[in-house]
Design a protein around this ligand. Sequence first.
Ligand SMILES: [Zn+2]
Length: 346
Amino acid sequence: MMCIKQIFSRTHRLKVGQVFGAAFTSSRCFHGEQQVSRESSALPIIHHSRYVCDLPPNHRFPMGKFPRVLHFLIKDQVITEEQVWVPEIASKELLSCVHTEEYLNDFFNGKINEQEQRRTGFPWSEGIVRRCRYETGGTVLAAEVALQRGLACSTAGGTHHAFPSYGSGYCLLNDLAVAAKYLMGVSSHKRKILIVDLDVHQGDGTAFIFKEEPCVFTFSVHCGKNFPHRKQQSDLDISLDDGMEDKEYLSTVETHLPLLLETFRPDLVLYDAGVDPHWEDELGRLRLTDQGLYQRDLYVMKTVVSRGVPVAAVIGGGYSRDNDKLALRHSILHRAATQVWRDCGM
Ligand SMILES: [Zn+2]
């Protein structure tokens, strides 16, 4: 299971403060258009007002949640506007590190047929193309900023069901895969990236994309009976039974994450903090509480950051007809990250 990917080894790591110090803040980011937060020393939050687009009335996907996540973070004084980094739209060139040219041309130009549109769950529109490109730009920027500052969170992202040549399950571009491929390739030594996918659904697209890539390790903890019914093979899949609650879930994550960090020794962790394992989620089948999600996010980020490894987090899936309730649930990630930022003296 970890065969090829675990044999890479790196020298022991410096303390958190040394790793994410001033030397890292001077590096340039390529995917931020207005980096209003350059002066802020607080947790970087990546957000774009174009993370949303119009959908037909009564569409099941909770598109309205994205701006509400930022709204609640500011309203509840978890963050200030100075902490917000604004991503650029992902170019076709950037996306082509994961997606096929044919798919990108069809997707950009509205040549996705009805059957393919049904598989994605979205009717094609120019708005949806733009939204997905900004969302992917946001995840790439979060990863770049995380490498400089140690931790960064987007207010979208986690579209892990998208494959190189087609979209699926509300995922049209695989932002995690694009960020991993891009960040893996731009350093003089090839960076090793661990994708920790705790969305309740398996990260099948991401698993497929990195099947043969030794520098990216895909770790997915998901509900076995949930979508996608035809699973791909991640480097480590943990399939959970329906109805699992906080305690057992947290102990599952705690069993595997430290071991993965020790054996694979990533240079960067991409964390998909989907809230669909929540008991009230309309598509999940697990029974986590708000407190359970908070403990999970705190544990994952603290465990990684305290080893001197940067983390870029995305919100992943979450489904409810109540947009505000859902946005608040997603904001658990940013609240936990704020706590980690403070506790680790970042
Ligand atoms: Zn999901």
